[in-house]
Structures are given as structure tokens and as C-alpha cells.
Design a protein around this ligand. Structure first.
Ligand SMILES: [Ca+2]
Ligand SMILES: [Ca+2]
Ligand SMILES: [Ca+2]
Ligand SMILES: [Ca+2]
Length: 324
């Protein structure tokens, strides 16, 4: 298909040029242009906040290549929302051959430039529907030199588990190089493949050979919740954004303080910001919920007290609204 498109572009350019040399040059330019266009189209464009909820009845681009006897499959009911909530299921057979590894990958909406999109974290819900313990990790493959990084620490998903919230940070402190041709930041600027896998022994991208059944739903492209202005830290600046938009209903965005994507700015968003207050992406920060960080974020002593007072007042106002 791609070759047909490229061939057509080159042939068309050759037909429409008069001199042979110009024809050749035009054909080459058309070929390169079509090639670049095709290559660009093949790369996904990850979008901050994007959600895989599988409600469209498809596997949303998640696959394990082919042929496989047990590809990721959309299950129409039994997701975290219960009856009627679609989710993605990936069976692995163990043993040998295609489908034996617990791994699946996506090269469409989860490919692209994570740095430009501001995505440093992926959250979701996972469930172990089988009888074998799973050890969940993400792996990103890409960059210019085909490097590969995987979650340093696995999230355990015991056999028969309920739906469990999972958070995978895509930061240097949370990822380990498996194939280290270039820094993680280079890979994140050009992710070709995102993998979800179970690997017990350590960071890997291949997935263990294991007979297992994994359920996945509500995968979200995210960053530290509360970081409204995308500067990598949750502090007074973000709080001020939330405070300025507090009470918005239906039209709010992340950038205006809606950190759970429901269109509203309310106590739920305040709580998400509060839980991460003082934290910094990609390096150790103040532990979550450390309110002393708020005081140090503004000049002492008057500003700090005023800020703390404003925060307390907002919290009170929020609580009052919720009680009404
Ligand atoms: Ca769902
Ligand atoms: Ca499978
Ligand atoms: Ca911020
Ligand atoms: Ca919200």
C-alpha cells in the first residue's frame, strides 16, 4: 500500500515534468516527500490526557504482532465499572511459541513525542484474571538508535486480584535501560512502541513466559496530578490556577485545574493537587501532602501565612459546598 502511494507520487511527478533531468529530480523529490509523509503518518502522536477505555469495542491498537493464538481482545463487560464496562484482556499461554509471553504493545496512539506532549506518567486499572501472579511493567522503545527502557520496579498483581489502580512513571528514576543506546529523554521524544508486560525478575520488554490472563482498562496519558502549568512541579502557581477556576463546571481543562478530566474544578481536583503538593517530577521532592512546602513557596513570613490561610479557606469552602 505504502509502496503504491510512493510509486504513484513518483510516477505522477515524472509525467508532469518536461526535461528528463527535471523529471528525475521531481520524481526524487516526490519520492522523498511521500516517504517522509508516510514515515510521519506511521508515527503516533501521543496526546496529553488521552484515555484508552475500550468502550468503542476494539483493542484500540493493542496487539502482539501476528500470528498469535491469543491477541489482546476487547471484552464487552466486567471492567472496573462492572456490567457493560468494556476492558482489554490479554491471555498468554506459557509453554513455547507465539502467544506464550505475557506482553502486548501499541504503535499507534501511544507512539510519539512524550516530551512535547508533557506525558511523564501512565495510569490505569489492571486485574489479574488468571491463576498466576503477575509483575506489571511498562517498556518504551524508540529514539533514533532503537533504545529500550522498562519500569525499574514491577507492580505486583496477585492471581485473582480485583481491579487495581496502577501508576507507571516514565522518569529516569523509575525506568531502567534494557537496551541503552541513548538517554531515556531521547527515547521519550520519539517513542515507537509502548509495551505492557509482566516481568518478575527485573526490567525487561519481552514479558515472562507464563500462562496468565490480564485485564486492562482506563489507560491515561498523564503527568503529576496538580501540575496545571506543566513546569514539572506542583506548587503555589498551580494552586493559584485551581483557585482562580474553582467552581467551573463542564468546561474546565487540566490547564485550568481539572486534574481528573471530568470538566469541573472542585474538591476532587483540590485533593489531587494537595496530595502531590511539593512534589517535583523526575527527582526526589518533598513528600506528598507536605504543607510546609507551601509556606516555603512564597516569601516569609507574611506571604506564607497568607497563602496557607487562602488554602485553608479554599478547603473550607470546598467542604462546605460538598456538604450543601
Ligand atoms: Ca472501559
Ligand atoms: Ca496474548
Ligand atoms: Ca506546576
Ligand atoms: Ca475535575
Amino acid at each position: 500500500m505504502q509502496r503504491n502511494v510512493l510509486g504513484f507520487a513518483a510516477a505522477h511527478a515524472a509525467r508532469t515534468s518536461r526535461s528528463p533531468r527535471r523529471r528525475n529530480r521531481a520524481a526524487l523529490a516526490a519520492f522523498l516527500s511521500a516517504s517522509l509523509g508516510a514515515a510521519g503518518a506511521a508515527h503516533g502522536v501521543i496526546v496529553f490526557g488521552q484515555l484508552d477505555d475500550f468502550e468503542n469495542g476494539t483493542a484500540m491498537g493493542w496487539t502482539e504482532g501476528f500470528p498469535t493464538p491469543n491477541p489482546p481482545t476487547n471484552i464487552p463487560s466486567g471492567g472496573p465499572g462492572g456490567a457493560g464496562d468494556n476492558f482489554l484482556q490479554n491471555v498468554s499461554s506459557g509453554g513455547a511459541g507465539a502467544g506464550s509471553h505475557q506482553v502486548m504493545f501499541n504503535q499507534t496512539q501511544w507512539a510519539g513525542n512524550y516530551n512535547a506532549a508533557g506525558v511523564t506518567r501512565i495510569t490505569g486499572l489492571m486485574r489479574n484474571l488468571g491463576a498466576t501472579n503477575l509483575f506489571m511493567r511498562l517498556a518504551v522503545q524508540g529514539g533514533m538508535l532503537n533504545s529500550n527502557y522498562a519500569s525499574s520496579n514491577a507492580i505486583p498483581l496477585p492471581a485473582g486480584s480485583a481491579w487495581t489502580p496502577v501508576t507507571f512513571d516514565l522518569t529516569p528514576s523509575a525506568m531502567t535501560a534494557v537496551i541503552a543506546n541513548e538517554p531515556l529523554s531521547d527515547v521519550l521524544s520519539n517513542v515507537l512502541t509502548l509495551r505492557i508486560l509482566s516481568a518478575q525478575a527485573g526490567p525487561d520488554f519481552r514479558g515472562d513466559v507464563v500462562a496468565a490472563t490480564l485485564g486492562v482498562d482506563n489507560l491515561r496519558a498523564l503527568r503529576l496530578q496538580g501540575d496545571a502549568n506543566f513546569d514539572g512541579r506542583v506548587n503555589l502557581n498551580d494552586f493559584n490556577v485551581l483557585a482562580a477556576n474553582f467552581g467551573t463546571t463542564g468546561t474546565a481543562t487540566w490547564q485550568t485545574g481539572d486534574f481528573n478530566f471530568d470538566g469541573n474544578v472542585n474538591l476532587n481536583d483540590f485533593n489531587l493537587l494537595a496530595a502531590n503538593f511539593g512534589q517535583v517530577i523526575a527527582r526526589p521532592g518533598v513528600s506528598g501532602g507536605d504543607w510546609s512546602a507551601l509556606a516555603s513557596a512564597v516569601p516569609e513570613p507574611v506571604g506564607g501565612c497568607a497563602a496557607l490561610g487562602a488554602l485553608a479557606a479554599l478547603g473550607t469552602r470546598c467542604r462546605r459546598r460538598y456538604q450543601e
